[in-house]
Design a protein around this ligand. Structure first.
Ligand SMILES: C[S@@+](CC[C@H](N)C(=O)[O-])C[C@H]1O[C@@H](n2cnc3c(N)ncnc32)[C@H](O)[C@@H]1O
Length: 208
């Protein structure tokens, strides 16, 4: 059972909400640009993309650089995209495809996946999420993955999402995380394929 943290401690409680003293405020762990570049070199989207937890735009900026039209929203205001939009409470899709690195803690990533799948069922689009590789192996998720398997999983060889984007705030646990992109399509029965992506070739613009 995933707790409803949207009112007491979580999103909506205050602008600086955090799930625990050990988690970044607002679950803000921005995506290194090379992780998105490597992914976009492998996966194509046939229409506009909605980044519904955009933060400072780390993913949205790379999607735009790759030529996609992007709608960027977030619950919090990072000075990028449309602030004040709670993805979990948004009722209509804002673009065909959804691509994000969602908040993870307290079941938030699972709720983001469910909401994104519900939204893209109406648009025919794909869902792509940057997730903790270990989240694949969890008895709580076994049935949902079996019922709705992703079409593709891309394991990233080197990616760390630092709290607030600050390596100085990272504990050993953060550095031990391993990440993958998971992509869901609208085809209900798929055989998941697994791919390996290296980020180093994409960390070349002096910002990674
Ligand atoms: C792991 S960070 C990733 C930020 C950005 N996607 C990136 O890749 O750099 C998670 C983001 O989710 C946002 N967030 C948390 N709960 C949200 C909600 N209910 N609706 C929309 N955004 C939310 C946070 O403000 C934060 O920017």
């Amino acid at each position: 059972m995933i707790p409803d943290i949207t009112t007491k401690h979580g999103p909506g409680a205050s602008p600086g909400w955090r799930l625990s003293p050990y988690r970044a405020p607002r679950e803000y762990y921005p995506t290194p640009p090379e992780a998105t570049r490597a992914f976009l070199a492998a996966e194509h989207f046939d229409g506009p993309i909605w980044e519904p937890a955009c933060g400072q735009g780390a993913i949205a900026i790379e999607c735009e650089a790759a030529g996609y039209d992007v709608i960027a929203t977030d619950l919090a205001d990072y000075g990028y995209g449309e602030a004040g939009r709670d993805f979990l409470k948004t009722e209509r899709p804002l673009a065909k495809h959804i691509v994000t690195n969602p908040p993870y803690g307290a079941g938030l990533a699972d709720r983001f996946i469910r909401q994104a799948l519900a939204m893209t069922a109406r648009t025919g689009g794909k869902v792509a999420m940057l997730l903790n590789l270990a989240s694949l192996c969890d008895p709580c998720r076994h049935h949902s993955y079996m019922a709705r398997p992703p079409a593709r999983i891309y394991a990233l060889d080197d990616c760390v999402c630092y709290p607030n984007g600050d390596p100085g705030l990272a504990g050993p646990y953060t550095r031990r995380h391993r990440y993958c992109w998971m992509v869901w399509e609208q085809t209900p029965k798929v055989t998941t394929t697994f791919h390996w992506l290296s980020t180093a070739p994409y960390a070349t613009r002096g910002d990674a």
